[in-house]
Design a protein around this ligand. Structure first.
Ligand code: ADP
Length: 743
């Protein structure tokens, strides 16, 4: 029995008080079929002496409330014990005493129907349970199993329908074309068999051939040849249309995935559990929806074949189809059981697979190449990679081995039954009950029928399995966008008052420490504000919160008087130009690199040049082989690699090209030399006029000129003022300034 049905038979019923009565919701199936999971029993209070054998008694056993049938009341010495047993249980419960009794069930509700234990059908079940329990339990178990699979199948198809509506949007016409081909493919093999039968019967007809018989034979021969031709052609036609459908479904799936990625909260990327889900979604997207489509088509084809085949069986020996069905049962059970097991295994393996992928990236990725050579650590990561791979392989192998064994048994069973049916057909021919053509027809129909049934159940099992995988993808798409999406108000443009932060507290989702505690500050409109502080003091976190990438835990951020959470994030980000500490390197042309800064306006080469000049990279770009058209980076052919400082300047040029009224610069000069930093500061001062600028740095030289400097320490602001004021107060800033002076 499957895990699920085993669980179901555990008693975990729950007792609760309604206004008028005490109710018991059945969580198990140990009283099946009298009481079923989900039924609500009304528990009548009763005195122990009122109980009779056969009653459904409600009692407390090991902290659980159980409703089982009373089988015996035993009085020994001065003690009375009650013996009960579930109608579907093979063993009695532990006997209990009167104190454990809560009452008995006389009435119960199933869906909307009310039944009492005196109803004829319920009384009959009680009689069977008390007298023929052992005989009926296998039937009950079988019925429960059928119900379980039926429900599983129904749920799967409902979710499959929902998923396909999303993933297959816009591809309906292509799907219909493919479905038509599938129907033709389903019918063709049987048509061929029928024509073969007719041909054989015509050829073996003992009547002396005449013109009409000859022309009939010719007709059958030509038709058979045409069908053969069509059968061969349909495969090619199918592959053409399937390719078109796959392409559309793939495009749509990638569109959904990439769109979701673009709006997801950054916190998703920092949560290990969600990264696993993301990993699975990324892995699935390229093939799973397409696979499901082709399985659906396979199902259509098999169903068509099945209908034709049933008609053929019905026309001659209909009962033989039963043998075929029985032959297939073990194979189907194996398929279904192992599809669930495969999914569970893959889900459990997902976190370690990601870990393995990470080690592989260390061993093969360029960012690690220098250290890998210098420190010679490749062996360590290779061994880690191998040990995970071995473990994964071991688990997979043991599952595959047991599946193989089960399949061998299932196939042996099927082959035995098929050959038994064939023997029967030969017998029928010998007795003259059927023609030689019919034997041939049956032989092929049997052979084809077996594959049709196999295909049908396989595609059903695969559909359910693949849909379970696709559900991961759907779950990923359904992730809520907490920080980014909400808020419909447009940000003030330009800011009049500025940005006000009050009592801000923030903690990263997976972290156990606050990154910011009770931060309050003002960023007046049109002024330049700087955040300084040691590594880890919370400067970058503050910038990310100002951009609305995360929701604060407490406190508020206001742009003029509008709360950040109420702002339309897309419109807000449209007003911000930013350079992040971990700026991105794009292996595209220099031009495109700069223009990514503002994709909404048409490309403006003069403005791009100006931005490059302000960032101090114009000269370098002009000297490149194709000037601004040169491909940057060395990922692709003919790319020109830049130094990290030059890349940082490109990121700055990108921000300058955007030319928005709010500027956030997080360590914009971390990779720049002294002269470049000076030039950047000059540009910032010039471009930052009338803009609201926030600059983050641990270098004092970068921030001295700011109107207000906030000094952060361990997530709090410890000092604020301009350079002169802070120097005069001789506090943390002063110390940092002196320590920095030599830089
Ligand atoms: P700074 O920019 O001042 O160097 P950060 O704002 O990057 O500092 O970091 C502030 C604190 O938040 C640090 O203690 C750091 O460990 C923590 N932190 C930063 N990023 C994350 C993250 N993605 N997840 C969890 N903790 C983080």
């Amino acid at each position: 029995m499957s895990d699920k049905t085993e669980n179901q038979s555990k008693d975990e019923s729950e007792l609760y008080h309604d206004k008028q009565a005490v109710m018991l919701r059945m969580h198990g199936n140990s009283m099946y079929p009298t009481l079923q999971e989900g039924d609500i029993g009304i528990v009548g209070k009763c005195r122990p002496e009122d109980l009779e054998v056969g009653d459904i008694v409600v009692f407390k056993s090991k902290e659980k409330i159980v409703a089982h049938r009373l089988m015996k009341i035993q009085a020994q010495a001065l003690m009375v014990t009650y013996m009960t047993q579930g109608d579907k249980n093979l063993h009695p419960d532990i006997p209990f005493i009167a104190e454990a009794i809560k009452g008995k069930i006389t009435t119960f509700q199933r869906k909307n129907a009310i039944k009492t234990v005196n109803d004829g059908s319920v009384r009959r079940l009680a009689f069977i349970a008390t007298h023929f329990r052992r005989i009926v339990i296998p039937f009950y178990n079988f019925a429960l199993r059928v119900r379980y699979y039926n429900k599983k199948l129904k749920d799967s198809f409902l979710s499959l329908h929902k998923n396909m509506k999303i993933v297959g949007k816009g591809t309906q016409r292509q799907f219909l074309k493919n479905a038509f081909i599938a129907v033709v493919q389903g019918v063709l093999p049987f048509l061929l068999i029928i024509f073969m039968k007719l041909l054989i019967d015509a050829l073996t007809n003992p009547i002396v051939p005449n013109v009409s018989i000859w022309s009939n034979q010719m007709f059958l021969l030509v038709m058979t040849a045409l069908l053969f031709l069509l059968n061969a052609l349909i495969t090619v036609i199918k592959s053409y249309y399937m390719e078109r459908l796959s392409y559309s479904v793939k495009c749509r799936s990638y569109e959904l995935l990439q769109k979701k990625h673009s709006e997801l909260d950054l916190s998703m990327y920092e949560n290990a559990g969600q990264q696993d889900q993301m990993h699975r979604a990324d892995q699935e997207v390229g093939f799973r929806p397409v696979k499901i489509m082709s399985e659906l088509l396979m199902l259509i084809k098999s169903l068509t074949s099945l209908l034709v085949m049933l008609a053929l069986f019905a026309s001659i020996q209909w009962y033989l189809v039963l043998l075929l069905v029985i032959a297939i049962v073990p194979s189907v059970v194996v398929q279904w059981q192992y599809s669930g097991k495969r999914y569970l295994l893959s889900k459990n393996q997902s976190p370690v697979e990601r870990e393995m992928g990470y080690y592989n990236r260390i061993l093969t990725g360029f960012p690690f190449a220098k250290e890998l050579r210098l420190f010679g650590y490749s062996g360590i990561f290779h061994n880690r990679f191998l040990s995970i791979e071995e473990k994964l392989e071991k688990d997979k192998k043991s599952l595959q081995q047991s599946e193989l064994k089960a399949n061998v048994f299932a196939q042996l069973f099927a082959v035995f039954l098929i050959f038994a049916s064939l023997a029967y057909l030969v017998y029928l021919k010998m007795t003259g009950a059927i023609t030689i053509g019919s034997v041939v027809l049956f032989f092929f129909v049997f052979q084809r029928g077996f594959s049709v049934f196999m295909e049908l159940f396989q595609s059903l099992a695969k559909l359910v399995e693949d849909n379970t995988f696709l559900n991961d993808f759907m779950d990923f798409l359904n992730n809520p966008v907490k920080a980014g999406g909400i808020g419909g108000k447009n940000p003030p443009s330009p800011l009049k008052k500025g940005i006000k932060v009050e009592n801000l507290r923030f903690r990263y989702e997976m972290s156990k420490r606050d990154a910011l505690t009770s931060v309050s500050l003002d960023i007046p409109a049109g002024k330049t504000v700087a955040f300084v502080g040691a590594n880890g003091s919370g400067k970058t976190t503050l910038i990310k919160l100002l951009c609305g990438f995360y929701l604060p835990l407490e406190g508020s951020i206001r742009y003029d008087d509008i709360e950040l959470k109420d702002l339309n994030k897309e419109a807000l980000r449209g007003q911000i130009m930013a350079v992040f500490q971990d700026f991105a390197l794009y292996n595209i042309s220099a031009n495109e690199n700069i223009c990514l800064g503002d994709v909404k306006k048409p490309y403006n080469p003069d403005q791009a040049k100006k931005a490059a000049e302000s960032a101090g990279i114009a000269e370098v770009l002009e000297r490149l082989p194709d000037g601004y058209q040169t491909l940057l980076g060395n990922l692709f052919k003919n790319g020109e690699e830049l130094s990290i400082g030059q890349w940082q300047k490109i990121a700055i040029a990108r921000a300058f090209y955007r030319d928005s009224p709010i500027v956030f610069m997080d360590e914009p000069s971390s990779a720049l030399d002294v002269d470049s930093e000076k030039q950047l500061l000059g540009s910032l001062k010039k471009l930052g006029k009338n803009k609201t600028v926030v600059i983050v740095s641990h270098r004092m030289s970068t921030v001295q000129w700011a109107d207000i400097i906030y000094v952060l320490d361990q997530g709090s602001i410890v000092e604020s003022g301009n350079h002169e004021e802070l120097m005069a107060s001789r506090g943390r800033y002063y110390d940092m300034y002196l320590a920095n002076k030599g830089e």
